[in-house]
Design a protein around this ligand. Structure first.
Ligand SMILES: *Cc1c(COP(=O)(O)O)cnc(C)c1O
Length: 435
């Protein structure tokens, strides 16, 4: 499998180069030249495959490098070592619980997969690598946890000061060792801009062997396609329409879903669920894409004004809006309605959902109401464990959400961060002055 830059079809990379670089040398995003197809016989027999076997079969197609099958299997066993159960909410709705990894968010899938591959490649080189990653909350903790104590890899995490939850902040500032947390006075988009600039900065690249761990790294996307298959496997009856509602920010999760469909999984429709940061939703409705400044919401991991994977979606569909809207519907939802939906699901369905999942639930309901699909099954991706948003839930439901032990542990640790402004020259100075 060869990969190319979204800025230049002729700039190409192997899987190894793609994962180790993160971004293409011209600043473009890296994409596979084509999305491979999974054998029909495998798709028809998902029931006979374990989650890890599904992951192995898909990985093989995307990697097709010189990684021996045994090593690939080890990588997958280490990375995908937790489940993705489909909770049956009612006869035609399921909630795919993607929060069973060590940091309780779906980003553990991508981060762990990437970390294990980088570990494999760094072992083969005599070099160190440095990872720069911008986070709106969950990426940072997932990456910190996935890379913690991996030899030869240093990680710098940039997060917007005051815009991540207390738990999220603890999860990304308490590891230490090879993990450095940088607290930026600015928004997530500011953090992302700093990272993007550093990648094309000659001075920094002379000193650092940089790669990225954001959802822009293709190794983050590939494993996210696995759980669409795993979800499909768990839908017990046959339905004419299978619909996935995806809480969307940088659109990585959605892009991975589109990969799954191209791989051959018969998904009828995707719904990109936005909060008020609705650049993508507006694009679907109006054909015009305009990025916006970030607005803070309670589904904070979706507070993205300029989603980086938008370009990948355009490429998958040859930039044809009419093809995109055949596969993707989108709507956006206010905090007020999100809180109502959390309450509703708790009181009526006895299900405790986090704010991101709640936005996806609203978007699914709106789609069903407007389009009235026949004989459908809707899957809501629940991207974070509700306890990560304990404060919000305590407030509106008057209950105490039990924190899993892993979170209790990180809350007890001491926060260590370096505060920086969003000015690029100062960020650069910081990096260049490091040992
Ligand atoms: C990152 C994140 C999202 C958004 O996913 P994208 O791939 O950036 O669209 C949604 N929910 C949670 C909990 C997240 O951490």
């Amino acid at each position: 499998m060869k990969y190319y830059s979204t800025n230049n079809q002729n700039l190409n990379y192997s899987f190894r180069e793609a994962i180790m670089r993160g971004l293409a040398s011209d600043g473009g995003l890296i994409m596979p030249y084509y999305i491979p197809s999974l054998k029909k016989s495998l798709i028809n027999n998902l029931n006979n495959l374990t989650f890890q076997e599904i992951a192995f079969e898909i990985s093989k197609l995307f990697i097709n490098d010189k990684i021996p099958p045994n090593s690939l299997q080890t990588i997958i066993e280490k990375a995908i070592n937790f489940k993705a159960p489909l909770y049956k909410l009612n006869s035609n709705t399921g909630i795919l619980e993607l929060f069973n990894g060590p940091t309780l968010a779906f980003k553990d899938f991508g981060a762990r997969f990437m970390a294990q591959f980088m570990n494999y490649y760094v072992d083969k080189m005599n070099n160190k690598i440095d990872i720069l990653v911008a986070t709106s909350g969950d990426t940072g903790s997932a990456v910190a946890s996935a890379f913690y104590s991996i030899d030869g890899i240093n990680v710098y995490i940039l997060y917007p000061s005051g815009m991540v939850s207390k738990v999220q902040e603890k999860q990304l500032t308490t590891f230490g060792n090879n993990i450095t947390a940088l607290e930026i006075k600015g928004s997530f988009d500011d953090c992302q801009n700093l990272v993007k600039k550093a990648f094309v900065d000659k001075d920094i690249n002379e000193k650092y062997n940089l790669t990225s761990a954001n959802s822009i790294n293709i190794a983050r996307l590939i494993p996210q396609s696995f759980y669409y298959f795993e979800a499909y496997k768990q839908i017990t009856n046959k339905y004419d329409n299978v619909i996935f509602s995806v809480p969307s920010g940088n659109l990585g999760n959605l892009t991975a879903g589109l990969f799954a469909k191209k791989l051959g999984l018969p998904i009828t429709k995707f719904i990109a669920a936005n909060n008020i940061n609705n650049a993508f939703s507006k694009y679907i409705k109006t054909k015009i894409f305009k990025s916006n400044p970030t607005i803070k919401t309670i589904s904070n991991a979706m507070d993205v004004g300029n989603p980086s994977n938008f370009i990948r979606i355009l490429k998958i569909y040859n930039e044809k809006h009419y093809s995109i809207v055949k596969d993707i519907n989108s709507s956006y939802h206010s905090d007020k309605n999100t809180l109502k939906e959390i309450k509703h699901l708790y009181k009526k369905d006895n299900y405790l959902i986090d704010p991101h999942g709640a936005v996806a639930s609203l978007a699914l309901k709106q789609y069903i109401k407007e389009e009235n699909p026949k004989n459908y099954y809707g899957v809501i991706l629940e991207t974070a464990h509700p306890s990560k948003f304990n404060d919000i839930l305590k407030n509106i439901l008057n209950i105490n959400v039990n924190l899993p032990d892993s979170i209790k542990h990180s809350l007890e640790q001491k926060k260590i961060s370096t505060k920086l402004s969003k000015t690029y020259s100062l960020f650069k100075e910081f990096l260049l002055s490091r040992e």
